[in-house]
Design a protein around this ligand. Structure first.
Ligand code: ANZ
Length: 922
């Protein structure tokens, strides 16, 4: 007896792979390498749903395929295990987040193992493991010890900077540093005390402390990064987020803006993701120059991308936070301006940029002098000007810029049009009474040339120059939470110093509660003796969620190294990730930070590669199909879907496990919650019909499908094939189990090819026919070409077609079935191992070689001729491609069907068009 007993088969081979370390990746290999990586999961308490493994299955198929093609494959898995949910749970229950995290990881691993992935579990990493975060802390230390030298265009040691300061001060230093860095001489430097020197160095370090405006989430008690805030609320939990000034650790990622931008040209990522990163980096090429002020020594520096419009400037606008506001405001305007500045600075940047309808501003009473026309220009404060971008001041050109135009209209400021060319075509507005001037020395030039000669003119006047700006800001690197990596830093006289390397890992201390202290200090302030041996206070914030994930891909290369974050040998061999699969939600977070850290590690000579991920695929989300019941307001009555509009009823999610084909299991519903015990129903045709909707798959929507249940019912191989069969990998698609039976039946039919009607294993050693060989080679060709284009759903259909064809040919020939089993192995590894074993192989199929297809079998040797009789197609007949016309004619006329039409007479005419058609006229 040998039915397709997937349960036994899958258990057996999973055990075998584990025992034989079948997926062990070798760091000592002469084979070419292939590194396939999945974005490692955060192990949440809810476990995996069928959406999670989608990308893992795809990378697993590619990994297995590459291995069969002679590659040494690295396909690891681990856990991004620090983070808010475990900690929120800890706050609620008092349970240490390490315990919850460990339980969740165990659950995830069990679930992953059931799917039969080819992960090399010996290389597993967990970011919350001190053995791992020792190296996260170590990399932080390297960043602290480095600055960005713009002359060499790379990170270098701060020691070099100190040497230069001692020799010549900072006048020859061309480095990325804080905007408020003063210039100083060697004498100045030597005169600084230790504290002053260290404060100065902080302005250059790549990891530095600074006072910045942050997104503060009171409910979570922490700072959030921009990509963790959506429309003013925290992405996790949806709590309100406010702006607040705080001392924070930062990463000087802005130093890498240009390299992050250029690097995009060298990697194989989808265009939308690259575009998101380009926008995030936000490069603008323009000019920066000073406007003199009337009766004032200070000048206002502006950044513009449109110097060609400078003759159209009719006012200057300062950000409310601009330091000059206070200095230049006239006494008469002071009260109004200061009040305005106060209110405006409390609005979020997003509001200030997007609320275009709500135009606000205040006149400072001061005037600037136009550098080219010499005219007097009023200086305003306007909150659409952002303090953190460019210089925080703009030359406003109402005829060229929409916001300037709206502002000018609102406050009745002049609108000057240059040369009769108004970019904003509002001159059609009959109320417009502005003046038209020419653009001085720029007159007659194209915008590009005008900008060029404008910049030359600025340089001649010594008031400005060309300038490139990036919108990207430095990244905040701390949060005021417990469950993260401690920063290996202590403070002396308010100055941060690194701990000794020998003191790493700096292990997270025990605390009594996971909450901030009463006076608002982070939870680490609760730890006893959170000080160095000398008694100096250790930093109390921890690293953000993105610290560990910014370099984990290097750790997999040499996961247990205790001397280095990874050995040079391992790094040289594995280089970087060949294929990275994960969600697109990480476009400007993780994917940018990882690129930044990789470039930094390259600069300081630790890795060879400039980019971490050569090829990136973003898998589409598998959505859930939610079910709804409709409760009549303020009652315990539920009305069926088609009757709901007759009542005042509102929809409620109901667990999909108690709904079958949209029909609610009433008893199960009553038992599902205590307040539903007495539920009453308004039925239609005796049934309660639920509504349904496609939504994100999520526990909170009760629409989660657990892969364990699918595996229990159909097996892991069916799950794997089915997830691929759902549609193109990158597309969003709802989970719908309609086709799953079909996939399962296909596997059973495939199994049957190897078994006779008595369920006995039986394959024949006879030579296959041409037709059988054609089926085999066309399938092999398709598998190969599809995998190389990451098109997996099409291969699953091809497998089905091939199995049907072989079934109807009654083919059980070894020479056909054996190569096909290898072809199927990347997709359905368990059944493939079992059949391979039955075919008599002692070694695992993972050690086989992927069969080459042979074009020779794919060339058509025959043509199928439609045979028309008196213009009507009556039959189809096959003839070899090179068969002479006369022979075809003879055979056609001899055929039964043509004989019948001829009724014994001779045909009037026979036309044979070679390899096309045969026409018989009777
Ligand atoms: C004059 C002008 C005329 C401008 C015109 C635009 C169009 P991007 O491309 O995003 O870099 N700007 C400069 N600093 C600003 C700040 N801190 N807050 C708000 N806006 C600021 O945009 C650069 C342009 O945005 C600059 O060029 C400046 O307006 C404005 F027809 O100068 B422009």
């Amino acid at each position: 007896m040998a039915e397709y007993n997937f349960k036994e088969i899958e258990k057996k081979w999973q055990q075998y792979w584990k025992e034989h370390k079948s997926y062990h990746a070798d760091n000592d290999s002469t084979k070419p390498k292939f590194y396939a990586l999945d974005m490692f999961p955060y192990p949440s308490g809810a476990g995996l749903h069928v959406g999670h493994p989608l990308g893992y299955i795809a990378s697993d198929i590619v990994s297995r395929y590459k291995k069969l093609n002679g590659y040494n494959v690295l396909h690891p898995m681990g856990f991004d295990a620090f983070g808010l949910p475990a900690e929120q749970y800890a706050i609620q229950t008092g349970q240490h987040p390490a315990i919850t995290t460990e339980q969740n990881i165990k659950r995830y691993k069990d679930q992953l193992q059931n799917i039969g992935f080819s992960f090399d579990w010996d290389r597993e990493v967990q970011t919350c493991d001190p053995k791992f975060y020792k190296w996260t802390q170590w990399i932080f230390m390297q960043l602290f010890n480095s600055f960005y030298n713009q002359k060499t265009d790379k990170a270098e040691s701060v020691d070099l900077l100190v040497k230069e300061f001692e020799k010549k001060g900072n006048k020859n230093v061309h480095a990325k540093c804080d905007d408020d860095t003063p210039s100083f001489s060697a004498e100045d430097w030597k005169g600084y005390n230790e504290q002053e020197q260290q404060s100065m160095l902080l302005k250059y370090r790549l990891a530095f402390l600074a006072n910045t405006t942050v997104n503060w989430c009171p409910a979570l008690g922490t700072v959030l990064s921009n990509d963790e805030v959506k429309d003013g609320f925290s992405e996790r939990g949806g709590h309100p987020v406010v702006r607040k000034n705080m001392m924070q650790w930062m990463m000087r990622i802005s130093a890498y803006a240009e390299r992050l931008l250029q690097g995009l040209e060298t990697i194989d990522w989808s265009e939308p993701i690259k575009e998101m990163q380009r926008n995030w980096i936000g490069k603008s090429i323009g000019a920066q120059f000073h406007f003199a002020l009337e009766n004032h020594d200070d000048t206002i520096e502006v950044f513009t991308t449109r110097l060609d419009t400078v003759y159209g400037v009719t006012y200057l606008a300062l950000a409310p936070e601009h330091e000059l506001v206070e200095k230049i405001v006239t006494d008469g305007q002071r009260e109004e301006v200061m009040k305005y500045a106060e209110v405006a600075s409390n609005r979020s940047e997003r509001e200030r940029m997007t609320e275009v309808k709500n135009i606000t501003g205040a006149f400072t009473g001061a005037y600037a002098i136009h550098p080219f026309s010499g005219e007097k220009i009023p200086v305003w404060v306007a909150d659409y000007v952002l303090a953190g971008y460019g210089t925080g001041a703009v030359m406003a050109v109402p005829s060229g810029d929409q916001r300037d135009y709206d502002f000018a209209k609102h406050f009745d400021l002049p609108i000057t049009v240059i040369n009769d060319a108004m970019v904003i075509d509002e001159k059609a507005d009959p109320t417009w009474e502005g003046k038209i001037i020419n653009s001085g020395f720029m007159d007659g030039l194209s915008p590009k040339d005008a900008i060029k000669s404008g910049v030359e003119e600025l340089e001649k006047l010594g008031i400005g120059s060309g300038k490139i700006n990036y919108r990207m800001r430095d990244a905040i690197f701390t949060r005021q939470r417990y469950w993260g990596e401690p920063l290996p830093v202590y403070f002396k006289d308010g100055i941060p110093y690194l701990m000794e390397e020998s003191e790493l890992p700096l292990v997270l201390p025990e605390v009594d509660k996971y909450l901030p202290t009463e006076d608002g200090e982070p939870p680490l302030a609760r730890a006893e003796n959170w000080t160095t041996a000398q008694g100096d206070a250790i930093e109390k914030s921890t690293m953000p969620g993105w610290a560990g994930s910014s370099w984990y891909f290097f750790r997999y290369m040499d996961a247990h190294n205790e001397e280095e974050f990874a050995s040079k040998k391992a790094l040289d061999y594995w280089q970087n990730v060949d294929l990275y699969i994960g969600g697109s939600e990480h476009a400007t977070g993780h994917l940018l930070y990882s690129r930044f850290w990789t470039k930094f590690l390259k600069d300081i000579g630790l890795v060879e590669v400039e980019e971490p991920f050569k090829k990136l695929i973003n898998q589409g989300m598998i959505q859930g199909v939610s079910s709804f019941v409709y409760r009549i307001k303020n009652t315990n009555q539920y009305v069926s879907y088609n009757l709901k509009d007759q009542y005042d009823a509102s929809p409620l999610h109901v667990d999909i496990s108690i709904v079958k084909n949209d029909i609610l299991d009433l008893e199960a519903f009553k038992k599902s919650q205590p307040d539903r015990v007495n539920a009453e129903f308004i039925l239609e045709e005796g049934k309660y019909i639920c509504g349904s909707e496609v939504e994100k798959m999520s526990k909170s929507k009760y629409n989660v499908v657990n892969p364990d249940d699918i595996i229990e019912r159909y097996g892991a191989d069916t799950l794997r094939l089915y997830e691929m069969f759902l549609g193109p990998l990158e597309q969003f698609k709802p989970w719908n189990t309609n086709g799953i039976d079909g996939v399962f039946k296909f596997l059973r039919r495939f199994w049957n090819l190897f078994h006779n009607t008595n369920d006995q294993f039986e394959v024949s050693d006879a030579d296959p026919s041409k037709e059988e060989l054609k089926v085999l080679h066309k399938t092999l060709k398709k598998i190969k070409e599809d995998i190389e284009h990451y098109s997996f759903n099409t291969t699953v259909s091809e497998f089905m077609i091939c199995t049907n064809e072989l079934t109807s040919l009654k083919c059980n020939k070894r020479q056909v079935l054996e190569p096909l089993v290898i072809g199927l192995a990347p997709y359905a590894p368990h059944i493939a191992e079992e059949l391979w074993n039955k075919l008599g192989h002692e070694e695992s199929i993972t050690k086989a070689t992927f069969p080459e297809y042979d074009e020779q079998y794919l060339v058509e040797s025959e043509h199928e001729y439609p045979v028309s009789i008196n213009g009507k197609m009556r039959a189809k007949m096959n003839f070899p491609l090179d068969m002479p016309k006369e022979d075809i004619e003879k055979q056609v006329l001899a055929s039964e069907i043509v004989q019948k039409w001829l009724e014994g007479k001779a045909p009037k005419k026979v036309i044979v068009v070679p390899n096309k058609i045969v026409n018989v006229v009777v």
